[in-house]
Structure formats: C-alpha cells, structure tokens
Design a protein around this ligand. Structure first.
Ligand SMILES: NC(=O)c1ccc[n+]([C@@H]2O[C@H](COP(=O)([O-])OP(=O)(O)OC[C@H]3O[C@@H](n4cnc5c(N)ncnc54)[C@H](OP(=O)(O)O)[C@@H]3O)[C@@H](O)[C@H]2O)c1
Length: 242
C-alpha cells in the first residue's frame, strides 16, 4: 500500500512545470489525479499519459481559472470522475514583471483573479467534498509573498494574500479540512540555467530549486498528520534567509 492509495487529488495548472511534478509525485504515491490546464492541451495529454503509467486513474480538464462558472463546473466534473476528492492543490499561477507605477487595473485584476481569487473559488467549490473525506488543501504561494520584489508588486501582493487566505481557510474549515501553503523560491525548470546562476550563487544551498523540490513539499502536506494545518513552508534553498 502506498501512502496515497485510494486517494483522489486535483492539481490546477498541471500540464507542465511545477504542477506536473506535483501531480506525478502524488500519482507516484498511489493517488488518482485530475489536472486542469488552460492553453497547454498537448502537454496536459502527455502528463495524463505519464500519470496513468503510475497505475492510477488520471484525466485532464480545460478550465480558465479567471471564470468562476468554469471553476464550479470543473470541480463538479473532477468529483464525478474521481468519485470524491481528498487533496486539492491550487498550483496554477500567473507571474509578470512590471514597474510598480506601470501596473494597470487590468494587470492587477488578472493576476489577483488567477493567483488569489481562483484558489479561493476552487477550494470553496471543493469544500463539501473535502469535508466529507477529511481532506486537505495545499496552496502554492511564493517567496515573493514574503519579500517585496519591486518589479512584481501585484504578483507579490497576490501571493501574500494567498498566504493569508491559507491561514484563514485552515481556521475556518478545521477540523474537517487541513490547509497549508508551499512557497517556492527560485525554481528553474527548462529555462537557460546560466540566466539564473546569480540566484544560485546567493542561495545558501548554492543551487536553484527544481519542480521536484516543490513537489516534495506538497507531498509532505498531503501525507502529514492533519494536525499540521495553517502552515507556510518555503522551498527556497535558504534564499529568503539572505
Ligand atoms: N517558477 C518559480 O520559480 C516559482 C516561484 C515561486 C512561486 N511559484 C508558483 O508556483 C506555481 C507553479 O509555478 P510555475 O512556474 O510552474 O507556473 P507557470 O508555468 O507560470 O503556470 C502554471 C500553469 O498555470 C496555468 N494558468 C495560469 N493562469 C491560468 C488561468 N487564469 N486559468 C487556468 N490556468 C492558468 C497555466 O496553464 P496553461 O499552460 O495550460 O495555460 C500554466 O501552465 C505558481 O503558482 C507560481 O506562482 C513559482
């Protein structure tokens, strides 16, 4: 028996990169996994094949997380397809670089719709099912939600809000549901490594993170005692300490 055998998980934005690694890590431990994607249909299909190769049930649904109705419909389909829900990972996120004074209302609203409102709406839709299963939520925050990055003001603010939302959910939905947050630092996955070397040099662990490092943090909360709730785990090689 693997630790997540018989459990059902939903990971948002998991066609590729960090979300894909999280989905694969959950499937590796025996979970049946549904993923969502928006534009990356071919990558989502490949991830579903790779999930199914781990032996569990797997499927992907297209969902625009800026659309509240699409979120409701997608969560309902996930619950129907998996026969319930034990673990929700709110991974999908949006990142962009803009000088603080150049952030428009549209920029601000889009980033908050994806990074802050969507995790709330997905969790709210999933709540009755998570309550029924004594389930768990893991939100993917960011080191940027803890440290002010001057050219990412709306991103940092949206992730700081997500950190607080995680604590609020943990208190509001206990004792049935545990809620935690993983905050990645500099994660490099397929980009040109040299462009990020300066981050590796100033990171105490002397390297940038991988998607698998973040997935390990999520797996911890997915399998830990549910008494561990409302916590924020940075996965940053110590970068936030410097
Ligand atoms: N990479 C890092 O160094 C880092 C650092 C700190 C925090 N994080 C956080 O970790 C998470 C994953 O990071 P990542 O770099 O792997 O993310 P990413 O590639 O930028 O985005 C992950 C996925 O989110 C989906 N997505 C974005 N906006 C969406 C929307 N409105 N509706 C539906 N799907 C949407 C996209 O799906 P499609 O491709 O299908 O459109 C995308 O593939 C994010 O929450 C990110 O903020 C990452």
């Amino acid at each position: 028996m693997k630790p997540l055998s018989g459990k059902s998980a939903l990971v948002t934005g998991a066609a590729k990169r960090i979300g894909r690694a999280i989905a694969l890590a959950l499937a590796e431990q025996g979970a049946n996994v549904a993923i969502t994607y928006r534009n990356s249909a071919p990558e989502a299909e490949q991830t579903v094949r790779d999930l199914a190769a781990r032996g569990g049930k797997a499927f992907a649904l297209r969902c625009d997380l800026e659309d509240p109705q699409a979120i409701e419909a997608t969560v309902a389909k996930v619950v129907e397809g998996l026969g319930g829900l034990d673990i929700l990972v709110n991974n999908a996120g949006m990142f962009e670089s803009i000088a603080l004074e150049d952030i428009s209302v549209e920029h601000w609203d889009r980033i908050f719709a994806t990074n802050t409102r969507a995790p709330f709406l997905v969790a709210r839709a999933a709540l009755p099912h998570l309550r029924a299963s004594q389930g768990r939520i893991v939100n993917i925050g960011s080191l940027g939600g803890l440290h002010p990055w001057p050219t990412h003001g709306h991103y940092c603010t949206s992730k700081a809000a997500l950190h607080m939302l995680s604590e609020t959910m943990a208190k509001a939905w206990a004792p049935e549901v545990s809620v935690n947050c993983v905050a990645p630092g500099m994660i490099v996955q397929g980009e040109i490594e040299e462009a990020y070397e300066h981050f590796a040099r100033k990171t105490p662990m002397q390297r940038n993170g991988t998607a698998e490092d973040v997935a390990a943090g999520v797996l911890f909360f997915a399998t830990a005692p549910t008494f561990i709730t409302g916590q924020l785990l940075t996965v940053d090689g110590g970068l936030g300490l410097s």
